[in-house]
Design a binder for this molecule. Structure first.
Ligand code: ZN
Length: 234
């Protein structure tokens, strides 16, 4: 039994690599070279369609074409990248996913100003995937895993509910206060949410007084806002 399974699996692999070989000829060779570096364990089936580099929020496909896999989120019928990485398309399951950039040494120092997206919200911590470091460009930054904003580092006043300060997929600007366990702070005027999405309809929220308003559905939301909200300034 075991032998048979093994044989079958190696046949599958052969079929796949032949397929990949065909594709290699069709596509530009230099693009395919990135493949090995970015396929992670347990993702043997994933095929890097092209080495498309994506940033948080980039649209990478539609739900008509693909199923949304790891590292993605769906907004209406569009599939977006959750973080920074390379796009994978598994043709068999028609799944599109994003594998994070790896193998790049962290290049982040205390005091650095970073921009990233909120990828996870817990009771006392918001997790941020860093997309860029101020003054260091977008290509050298990548960390493995997320940085954390603890509830005590959001602002100088007491924060009761972290959900009133950040929300999933928000783009935030923060200062690195600890590189050992990657802690960030958003205390201070320029720091906080730079771009936020309506939790009901996913439109980009606009500032109105000190609150955020959805131009589509009228919903009002609160955040720890950066004074640069909506400007894209890092
Ligand atoms: Zn809305």
């Amino acid at each position: 039994m075991k032998k048979e399974t093994a044989t079958r699996s190696s046949e599958n692999k052969k079929a796949r690599s032949t397929d990949a070989g065909k594709r290699k000829k069709d596509s530009e060779p230099e693009k395919v070279q990135n493949k090995e570096n970015h396929v992670e364990e347990g993702e043997e089936d994933a095929v890097i369609e092209e080495s498309i580099f994506t940033m948080p929020g980039d649209m990478i496909g539609t739900t008509e074409e693909f199923r949304a896999g790891n590292g993605t989120y769906v907004n209406v019928a569009d599939i977006h990248s959750l973080g920074t990485g390379y796009v994978n398309i598994d043709r068999k399951s028609r799944t599109i996913s994003v594998s994070p950039r790896t193998n790049t040494p962290p290049n982040i120092n205390e005091g650095d100003i970073v921009v990233g997206s909120i990828v996870n919200m817990r009771d006392s911590v918001a997790l941020v995937e860093i997309a860029a470091i101020k003054g260091k460009g977008e290509r050298e930054f990548q960390t493995n895993g997320a940085a954390a904003i603890h509830v005590s580092n959001v602002k100088d006043s007491y924060v009761k509910n972290l959900g009133q300060e950040f929300s999933l997929l928000d783009i935030v600007k923060a200062k690195v206060i600890n590189t050992q366990n990657m802690r960030l702070s958003t205390d201070g005027g320029p720091f906080g949410v730079m771009k936020a999405y309506c939790s009901r309809c996913r439109s980009v929220l606009q500032t109105e007084d000190n609150k955020l308003k959805c131009p589509e559905c009228g919903r009002i939301e609160k955040r720890k806002l950066s004074s640069d909200y909506g400007t894209g300034l890092v």
